[in-house]
Design a protein around this ligand. Structure first.
Ligand code: FAD
Length: 415
């Protein structure tokens, strides 16, 4: 694979851009792989990448029923932060955030990581107490966050109204190195790096069954035939329940739609990410100028990957007191993705009742930020058969044992 560089751009400019290679190879399935991963979202692709990079396992297939990155990875609002309350979460998300810092160089692909700063507004006294607690926890965990007052919030976000009659801004939990990255570029960058290692990314290929003998996985049935493997990773987000069902076990996970919308593009007016968890909405401005706006999940289980009108009204109504300027914005488009929610709002990176079958799911509304760390931890689990330090607490047996990693209270909106 030719490296992308200033020199390569200059060379291709001279020969009419005829020499660029495909970013990843078009693959047809082989009969057998050392490891198969179901799901070519960010988490599945990152798992494949770190299997090769960290553990030398490159005879790997990533199987995708649609197009790579076409699930939640290509539908999310790209917030990256690691200011979680519980120690295992902070360790995992901070690992991911720190990998994002150099991901473009690592993958030789510009993922447009933009650590522009992230604010979680405190708009009730209860939230002030909660965020002060998080700042203290983060100090002990080595995660850099700080508490800032309303005047600093106004300096960082000039378009904000801090004196709202119902929900005045009382301060914010601020993570200066939180921010965003380009979602498809993360999937594309990992896919290109996997392909360069000789891995097969097989798109338009649905897994329809999991075959096992004597309690161990032997392969997967797909719409392109049977593929044998001694190691299976299930990384399918909102479809985890169905694929786990094929492998013969149940998950403590429910699927719901999460929606987002963007406005028409406007001049640069906000260069940080702002989350307002009490009113339930958040906003950032894309490089194109659109205001990227998200809210909460639908209040009922569903598999509908599209937006609905009530969501536009609910989300904008929630944000308008704090951001009066959005009352004059036209909304351009909206969409939805199917997210997989656990009861404690923390992910599952786990062995399963089926031998050599591993699962990575439960990222809910906030897994984009975790992609590099999750892939790192899942690859270690798949390679060694046991979780490493990052994944140790995220086994699914915690729901049976009552060992929750409770982020649900700490993060009303968990993006
Ligand atoms: C509107 C919205 C906003 C969000 N905002 C944020 C945010 O700001 N920050 C953040 O950190 N996170 C956010 N998230 C969450 C984040 O997008 C997800 O947690 C993350 O993308 C999950 O990645 P994944 O690789 O696990 O899943 P996905 O990207 O969904 O990939 C799973 C893949 O598995 C494939 N698949 C499913 N079943 C099968 C099968 N049987 N055979 C083959 N392939 C199969 C699917 O087609 C899909 O491509 C948001 C999500 C949504 C929907």
């Amino acid at each position: 694979m030719t490296r992308y560089s200033a020199f390569a751009i200059a060379r291709e400019a001279l020969r009419n851009h005829q020499g660029w290679q495909r970013a990843w190879a078009r693959a047809t399935p082989k009969a057998r792989y050392d490891a198969v991963i179901i799901g070519a979202g960010g988490h599945g692709l990152a798992t494949a990448y770190y299997l090769g990079r960290n553990h030398g396992i490159t005879n790997v297939a990533v199987i995708e029923k649609g197009w790579l990155g076409g699930g939640n990875t290509g539908r999310n609002t790209t917030i990256i932060r690691s200011n979680y309350l519980q120690d295992p979460s902070a360790a995992l998300y901070e690992k991911a955030r720190s990998l994002y810092e150099t991901l473009s160089q690592e993958l030789n692909y510009n993922v447009m990581f933009s650590p522009r700063g992230l604010l979680m507004l405190a708009q009730t006294h209860h939230e002030v107490r909660g965020y002060l607690r998080t700042v203290h926890a983060n100090m002990l965990q080595g995660v850099q966050t700080e508490w800032i007052g309303p005047d600093r919030v106004k300096d960082l976000v000039p378009i904000i109204n801090i004196d709202g009659p119902r929900y005045p801004v009382l301060g914010a939990l601020y993570q200066a190195r939180g921010g965003t990255a380009r979602h498809d570029a993360v999937a594309w960058g990992y896919a290109r790096a996997c392909s360069a290692m000789g891995m097969d990314i097989i798109q338009q290929c649905e897994v329809t069954g999991v075959r096992a003998e004597h309690g161990k996985v032997t392969g997967v049935e797909t719409t392109k035939g049977f593929i044998a493997t001694p190691k299976l990773g299930i990384v399918v987000a909102g479809h985890s329940g169905q694929v786990a069902g094929m492998a013969g076990f149940r998950l403590p996970v429910e699927a719901v739609a999460l929606q987002a919308l963007v406005s028409e593009p406007i001049k640069p007016c906000m260069d940080v990410v702002v989350m307002a968890n009490t009113v339930h909405g958040y906003m950032s401005q894309s490089d194109k100028g659109e205001m990227v706006i998200g809210g909460g999940t639908d209040g009922f289980n569903n598999f509908t990957q599209r937006g609905s009108f009530h969501h536009i009204e609910e989300t904008l109504r929630a944000l308008i007191e704090t951001f009066p300027m959005i009352s004059r914005l036209k909304m351009l488009r909206q969409w939805g993705g199917i997210v997989d929610m656990t009861g404690d709002r923390s992910p599952i990176i786990s062995k399963t009742p089926l031998g050599n079958c591993f699962i990575n799911c439960g990222w809910g509304t906030g897994g984009f930020k975790a992609i590099p760390g999750s892939g790192w931890a899942m690859a270690e689990l798949m390679a060694k058969g046991e979780p490493g330090p990052l994944a140790a607490d995220f086994g699914m047996e915690r729901f049976r044992e009552g060992r929750f990693i409770d982020e649900s209270v700490a993060a009303g909106v968990a993006h």
